[in-house]
Design a protein around this ligand. Sequence first.
Ligand code: FMN
Length: 316
Amino acid sequence: MCDVAPHKLRIQLAPLQGFTEAPFRNALEECFGGVDVFYTPFIRIEHGEVRKRSLRDALPEVNKVSCIVPQIIASTYDEAQILINALSEQGHQRVDINMGCPFPALALRGKGSGILSQPDKVAEVLRVVQENPSIRFSVKMRLGYEQPDECLALLPILNDIDLVQVAVHARVGKQQYKGVCNLQAFVEFAEGCRHPLYYNGDVCTLQDIERLHAQFPFIEGVMMGRGLLAHPWVAYEYASGILLLDGKRKECMRTFHAHLFDYYAQHLEGGETQLLQKMKTFWEYLMPETDRKLLKRIHKTHCIADYTADVHQIFL
Ligand SMILES: Cc1cc2nc3c(=O)[nH]c(=O)nc-3n(C[C@H](O)[C@H](O)[C@H](O)COP(=O)(O)O)c2cc1C
C-alpha cells in the first residue's frame, strides 16, 4: 500500500459488478498498488434476503487489501438497514451507499440513480447514517437520473449528515455509461457540497488525473473504474511518481493475470468453459491497445491452451 503524498490526489477503485470482485482487488493491490480504497460491487437484497454471493465477496478473510469498503444499494430505510446489519456482523465499520447504478431493472424501482429524483426517498435511505453511529458512511452518486441538476436538490440532505466522502460520477443515470461527463454540473454540485469530494467518470490515464487535479483543486481524489480495468498500473504510477518500464509492466501484468487465472481456475465450478468465459470478460477492457487480431482470437477461443498461448504472447 502506497503512502500518497499530500499534494497528490487519492485514488480509489470504483466498484464494477462482474469485474472488481475480491480476486481483482487483491491482485491489483499485490501486483501494483497505488489505490487507497477498494469498493465492493453493490450488495443488494434478492428474493427477500441479502445476496449471499455478494456478501461472501465482502468477507474480511477473502479481502487482502488494506482498505475494503462494502457498497450497498437500497430503495428504503429497511432494506438498507438489513444490508448494514449483515455487513456489521462481518465486522465492517464503513459502508458505501450506491445512488448511481443506471440499470433500468434497479433504477425504475427507485434504486441506484433511480432514487436521485426523489429527495424524500434519498432522505429516508440516508436516515441509516444517523441510526448507525458506529458505522462511517459514504455515498457514490450521479448528477441525477434524468437531469444533471437533480443532485443540487439533494445537497441540504447530504450536507446535514456525517459522511466520509461523496463520489460523483459526472453523468446522469439515463446516459448509462455513454456520452460525455458533465463537468460544469459537477462543479455546481461541488460548490455546495461540504463533504470531501471524489470525481468519477472516464479517468483513464495519468494525464487525466493531472488534468482533473488542475481543473478541480478542491477534490480529494478520483475514483477510477474502467481505466484501471484497462491499465491496472496507472494508480501505482500516479501515486509513486514512477513510470514502469515496458518490461517491468509486462512482468507485473503477467503476475496480475496469473493471480486472476489461478483464482478462478480453483474456484469456478463450471470447468474450462466457465474459466474462459470469466477471463474473456476481463479482456473486454484490459489493455485495449493490444493487437486486434490477438484480442479477437482470445475472445473467440474455446481452448485453454490457445488462450494461454495468446496471453503469453501479449505479455512477452
Ligand atoms: C460493468 C459495470 C459494473 C458496474 N458496477 C457498479 C457497482 O456495482 N456499483 C457502483 O457504484 N458502480 C458501478 N459501476 C459504475 C462504476 O463504478 C463507475 O462509476 C463508472 O464506470 C464510471 O467510472 P469509470 O469511467 O472510471 O469507469 C459499474 C460500471 C460498469 C461499467
